[in-house]
Design a binder for this molecule. Structure first.
Ligand code: 6R9
Length: 647
């Protein structure tokens, strides 16, 4: 089979920040002497006290420690706002496009952003929030979410954004784990023509939290909400008297900027900690080069600020570069499947960054939703969150990009802070489905199961040799788990949890997770989280959850459920359990398939053999592999006979 290779467009290369030649030279320099390379590039941001050391990294298990620009001091918000005000105060920093297209869009300039963020910062101070305190942000995709995050950064508080689609329980867990003293929410969150009752969710969550936790409520819809006197504060009331002047706090490079919870292979979400200096340098540097961002362009990343993509590539990276970044409150299919493309035309978007799951959903609606739009402003397209299948890639390239926009398929993780493997538009020939080559300073390796580095064209486990400035530093409150999760299995490397193939051109093809994490519509979910939600239901005795291929979502959630003695299985009970999980975790975790399992395949030591359950869910039962270690091989026959594929 001949592989498709799309050469670099000469037009793009002409003005690109990095070309094929400069990529090779810069990459070689970046891995030969990382400290010298980042010493130069660290200066792209403003430091209050310049750093004298660049890289202080120890990857030796178990003493792993990662520090960058250690003795430098800075303020992240000042870098994202204040330093641009003199030169581009009247330039739009944030374009806000509301859920309802008939509501006016907003353009917030850098000067206005400075006032809004400073006022918000003073409100936080007034509520007793200070340097190092944790603040949980549970907001819709509105400019206030950006103000709140940047206000925390301005005063040195550590934000932890919780996706507005998460349930009260998920919110409570994150407030408690981070020991936050304040939660910021809004009355309601409009999305796709409906509204989530955010304040009411926060009320439910706070019943499970310490009494001292305060709630700051921003107005989005003005809809009806309950009020707890003494605990709840209305943002607009406090902002009225707050000053729009708030000097930025001087922070150490290694002071935490934020915590962001993400799913791991065990039940409890991990509070991934990112610090200030290295994270900002890396987010800004990748944003500039991966998207070839040019001054004055409108850049749109469709992610939610509740995910790391929203942190690094809606907010911190673009704003550190003085860009115009678009925040979209809605969904791709409301009011119809043309919405994304109408927003592109309306705001003349040059760079568009989205997830394969959205592309697949839109592709299924037909090309007419796209072709009625102009889209000639588009220059660069991006993809993130999961492997992009060649069909979706080609559609994106041909129908959206009219064959002239390079697609940057960016591989990275919450843990990595920024993009690690991706084409650069002016430098890298593209292969549909491949994230291609590493960014500066990133040394990917392919390992076998024993941790040996493999060379040439091979498949194996993806790991990264050495550190880069945007890397996470620890898991909040559990440094031992940080070390055991990422550095124990393959000593001397950062273990990413993904499998990959490297081809003869040194291109990386990510094949998906090698652990018990599944990727549903680009959202990471630990199968263990869904399992513990299921067994928390009184009628469920045991549950095992795996992913299976799903046309739109990439992976769907397939649950094998063993009921308590005497409980009758029924379709009504399946619906009840699916809704139960939805309420426990959030809509994104709602099971796609529930199969009753009189027994689960276990080893004699009692470990569930997920490999077999995965095969059944994938309808690949001709090839179940070795079942000789099963305690009761007969349970497998029952599961195969009753799988969703046999119905
Ligand atoms: C940024 C983000 C990380 C996991 C990662 C991998 C998958 C992300 C990908 C991709 C193939 C890409 N992933 N980008 N797989 N190609 N371009 O998504 O962070 O939510 O932490 O998920 O997503 O499996 O390990 P996060």
């Amino acid at each position: 089979m001949t592989e498709t290779v799309i050469p670099v467009s000469p037009d793009v290369a002409k003005s690109a920040s990095v070309t094929a030649e400069s990529y090779e030279a810069m990459y070689a320099a970046s891995v030969k002497d990382p400290a010298a390379f980042w010493d130069d590039h660290g200066r792209r941001i403003d430091w209050i006290r310049p750093y004298s050391t660049v890289k202080a990294v120890n990857y030796d298990y178990p003493d792993v420690s990662i520090r960058w620009f250690d003795d430098g001091t800075l303020n992240v918000a000042a870098n994202c706002i204040d330093r641009h005000v003199a030169t581009r105060g009247d330039q739009t920093a944030i374009i806000f496009e509301p859920d309802d297209p008939s509501e006016a869009a907003q353009h917030i300039t850098y000067s206005q952003l400075k006032d809004e963020v400073s006022r918000f910062a003073n409100v936080l101070k007034g509520l007793g929030v200070g340097k190092g305190d944790r603040v949980v942000i549970y907001l819709p995709m509105i400019p206030v979410a950006a103000y709140a995050m940047l206000a925390c950064a301005r005063i040195g508080a550590i934000h932890s954004v919780v996706f507005a689609g998460f349930s009260p329980d998920a919110l409570a867990d994150r407030v408690n784990d981070s020991e936050a003293r304040l939660v910021i929410t809004a009355d309601h969150a409009p999305r796709g023509g409906r509204a989530t009752a955010l304040k009411s969710n926060a009320d439910k969550a706070l019943r499970r939290c310490k009494d001292s936790v305060k709630l700051l409520v921003c107005t989005r819809t003005g809809g009806q909400i309950d009020w707890v006197e003494g605990r709840d504060f209305r943002y607009e009331d406090l902002a009225e008297t707050a000053s729009a002047d708030c000097p930025p706090e001087e922070m150490d490079a290694e002071d935490p900027l934020f915590i962001l919870y993400t799913s791991g292979s065990t039940g409890k979400p991990k509070g991934v900690v990112h610090t200030s200096g290295g994270y900002l340098v890396y987010a800004a540097m990748t944003h500039e080069h991966v998207f070839d961002y040019k001054d004055g362009e409108v850049y749109w990343c469709t992610a939610d600020v509740g995910w790391v993509t929203g942190h690094s590539y809606i907010l911190y990276g673009p704003l550190a570069n003085g860009a115009t970044t678009l925040m979209f409150e809605g969904v791709p299919t409301f009011p119809d499947a043309s919405r994304f493309w109408q927003v592109v035309d309306k705001h003349k978007v040059s760079i568009f960054y989205t997830a394969p799951t959205a592309l697949r959903a839109l592709m299924g609606k037909g090309d007419e939703w796209v072709t009625k739009c102009d889209l000639s402003s588009l220059r660069i397209l991006g993809s993130v969150g999961e492997p992009i299948n060649p069909e979706a890639w080609s559609w994106y390239h041909r129908v959206i990009g009219k064959g002239k926009c390079p697609i940057v398929d960016t591989w990275w993780q919450t843990e990595t802070g920024g993009i690690l493997i991706s084409p650069l538009p002016g430098a890298t020939p593209l292969k549909p489905g491949s994230a291609t080559r590493p960014f500066f300073g990133v040394e990917p390796v392919v390992l076998d199961d024993q941790g040996n580095e493999l060379s040439g064209a091979v498949s194996g486990v993806l790991a990264i040799k050495d550190s880069w400035p945007g890397q996470m530093r620890t898991i909040w409150g559990d440094h031992a788990r940080f070390i055991s999760t990422y550095f124990e299995m393959f000593k001397g490397y950062y273990f990413a949890g993904d499998g990959c193939r490297r081809d003869e051109d040194g291109y990386y093809w990510i094949t998906g997770r090698v652990d018990d994490v599944i990727n549903v519509s680009g959202h990471r979910m630990g199968t263990a989280e869904v399992e513990s939600a299921l067994v928390a239901h009184e009628k469920v005795a045991e549950a095992a959850v795996v992913g299976y291929p799903h046309d739109i979502k990439g992976q769907g959630i397939y649950c094998y459920v063993t009921l308590m003695e005497g409980v009758e299985p029924s379709d009504a009970l399946k619906t009840e359990l699916a809704n139960w999980v939805r309420t426990e975790i959030g809509p994104i975790a709602k099971p796609d398939v529930i199969q009753w399992a009189p027994g689960l395949p276990k080893t004699r030591s009692g470990k569930i053999m997920r490999r077999i359950l995965r095969k059944i869910a994938e309808n690949d039962t001709g090839n179940l592999g070795d079942t000789s270690t099963l305690a009761e091989p007969a349970v497998v026959d029952d599961l195969v006979a009753n799988s969703v594929h046999k119905q």
